[in-house]
Design a binder for this molecule. Structure first.
Ligand code: 5GP
Length: 233
C-alpha cells in the first residue's frame, strides 16, 4: 500500500491523482487523553466512515459547506483537500467532560445557553483552550474566519440536535475542525461517536467514545447503535 501523506490517531490521509482531493482511510485505532490511553474498537473505522458520511450528506441538504465528496469503500472517503485551520471548535449543550470539570458542574446539567469553545489544535501542547485574542496574536485564523467557524458551528448544532432528537439521541457536545479550500472555509474531519457525545434521550446511556475513555464496555455496540438509529440500518 502507498504511504499515507499524513497519519493521525484515527485516520490515514492519502494523496490522489487529483491535487485538490484526498483519500481518508478510517482506522480502528482509538486514543484518549492526548494519546495516553490506546486501544482499538472493533469495526470503528467502518462505523465512523458510515456515520460521518450520513452526517455530511445531512449537512449538504442544509447548506453547510464541507470537504466530503463521496464514500469510496467501507473505510474510505474522498474529500476536498483543505488547509486545516489549527483551531478546534467545541459546541456544548449539556455540561460534560472537560467543561463539567472546569466549571465544577455535574455531568448532565443543561447549559442555559449554548457554549462554544475554541482550542489550539496542537498535539504537543495537548490542544489547549484559547480565545479570540490568542487566535489573533498567534495568527491562527482571521477574525472573519473565526466568525464563520462559530456561525457554522451553531447552525450545525441546530441541525444535528433536531435530527438526533427524533432518533431519541441527545447531542451533548461535539468537536469540529475546519479548513480552507480555494479560499472558502469548509467543515472538515469527521462527525462520529469519536468526536461527539451522544446520550440516549430516555435512559441517559452513553453511546460514544466515553465508553472507551472510561472503560464502560460495549464500545463497538454503542457506535453500531448510533449508526442504526440515524440510518435505520
Ligand atoms: P471535552 O473537552 O469535554 O473532552 O470534549 C468535548 C467534545 O469534543 C466531546 O464530544 C469530545 O468527543 C470532543 N473532542 C474534543 N477534543 C477532541 C479530540 O482531540 N479528539 C476527539 N476525538 N474528540 C474531541
Amino acid at each position: 500500500m502507498t504511504k499515507p501523506m499524513y497519519e493521525g490517531k484515527a485516520k490515514q490521509v492519502f494523496a490522489t491523482e487529483n491535487p485538490d482531493e484526498l483519500l481518508v482511510y478510517f482506522k480502528d485505532d482509538a486514543t484518549a487523553f492526548n494519546g495516553e490511553k490506546r486501544g482499538t474498537i472493533g469495526n470503528k473505522g467502518v462505523l465512523n466512515n458510515k456515520i460521518s458520511t450520513f452526517f455530511f450528506n445531512l449537512l449538504s441538504e442544509k447548506g453547510i459547506p464541507h470537504h466530503f465528496i463521496k464514500m469510496l469503500s467501507e473505510r474510505e472517503m474522498l474529500v476536498k483537500k483543505l488547509d486545516i485551520l489549527p483551531v478546534e471548535v467545541v459546541v456544548r449543550n449539556i455540561a460534560a467532560g472537560s467543561l463539567a470539570k472546569r466549571i465544577g458542574w455535574e455531568e448532565g446539567r443543561k447549559l442555559p445557553s449554548t457554549v462554544i469553545e475554541l482550542y489550539y489544535k496542537d498535539d504537543k501542547l495537548g490542544d489547549p483552550l484559547i480565545n479570540n485574542y490568542h487566535i489573533k496574536a498567534l495568527g491562527l485564523a482571521t477574525p472573519e474566519q473565526v466568525e464563520t467557524l462559530e456561525a457554522y458551528a451553531l447552525k450545525i448544532n441546530e441541525i444535528l440536535s433536531a435530527f438526533l432528537k427524533d432518533k431519541k439521541l441527545e447531542l451533548i457536545d461535539f468537536k469540529l475542525e475546519f479548513g480552507v479550500h480555494k479560499g472558502e472555509v469548509l467543515l472538515g474531519d469527521e462527525i462520529s461517536p469519536d468526536t461527539c457525545r451522544f446520550w440516549d434521550s430516555e435512559t441517559g446511556q452513553k453511546l460514544d467514545k466515553d465508553r472507551f475513555r472510561r472503560d464502560l464496555g460495549d464500545v463497538e455496540e454503542a457506535y453500531q447503535e448510533v449508526l442504526r438509529r440515524i440510518t435505520g440500518q
